[in-house]
Write a protein that binds this ligand. Sequence first.
Ligand code: SF4
Length: 363
Amino acid sequence: MNDYMIGASISPLSGQRNLEAQSIPGHADFSMAPLTLAWEVTRACPLRCVHCRAEAQPNRHGSELSTEEGFALINDVAQMGTKVFVITGGDPLARPDIYSLLMKSVATGMHVGFSPSVTGRLRGDALERAAEIGVGTIHISLDGAGPLTHDRFRGVSGHFERTMLAIRQAAELTPRLQVATTVSRHNIGELDAIAGLLEDLADSWTLFFLVATGRANANDMLSPSEEESILQWLASTEFPFQVRTVEAPHYRRVRSQMGMHVTPGVTDGNGFCFISHIGEVQPSGFLPVTAGNVRVKPASFWYRHSELFNSLRQPTQFGEPCGSCKFATICGGSRARAWSATGNPLAGDPTCAFGLKSATSHP
Ligand code: SF4
């Protein structure tokens, strides 16, 4: 799940999760409201993606937030000052009230992102309806440069072709098109080719660096040196679309080391907030640690006042090597990866090549 773009001003789209590829000029205080909040409206999805964060299930959960609870959530999120609201899943189209939820969200004035799964429900006019309602960004996932890799990820034969068809259809519509790729051992050699497929189609490309949560396997994560190579390639390549990373905030450190001007961005709990299908308020979909539930108090309360969220907004207090790192305030490490590796979301990020090198040189 993820997210969130770049440059001298904040475009509405720049709210996608973890604006790690870009900085956020003049907008580094996220103590009162996240830049982006994502609501997982359901975990129901017919796909069986090998890396699924949500461990999606075929059927809807009996305790999903109701339509009325969803409306209250949307009002609260807008009133606290959130700029970008993302409706994700599972497959959001599994909810019969999805268009009502989208209309309510758009009516608040927030920039609305919509992240449908490429399933049979997406055939027909689903994308057109979302565009007519006023959705600002459509998110579609592409995890390989061809059927061999992508279909294996998604667990469905023929899914690559259906995904490329959905991408081409979305590119024809008014909303911006964000294509997301989960980076893992399975597709590390195909990233350049995936980028080539998106030329003239996508407005942005978001690379989600795998976190071992949900169905994702730690063995599929890249090594710190492999990730470093990819981040350097991203930072040194001219792409015809915006590029962002999720759960790899050290992309900002890499860009800073390459002489680019970089300021703090959005990270888990610090500019980003996630609401689970049953109303749990969490720092991100990859960091399923719960501050509270919207059925008890509004999301704005947990985001502003919970110890969990407040501690995630103090990067210099994180464990080593991140806490004392000179890049702590522009990076801070992936909180989800720290949690995945240690059980502590405030621990140091063990997947940063720079941090590992620093620890070795300063015993
Ligand atoms: S050590 Fe931590 S804060 Fe420093 S660059 Fe690496 S991940 Fe970022």
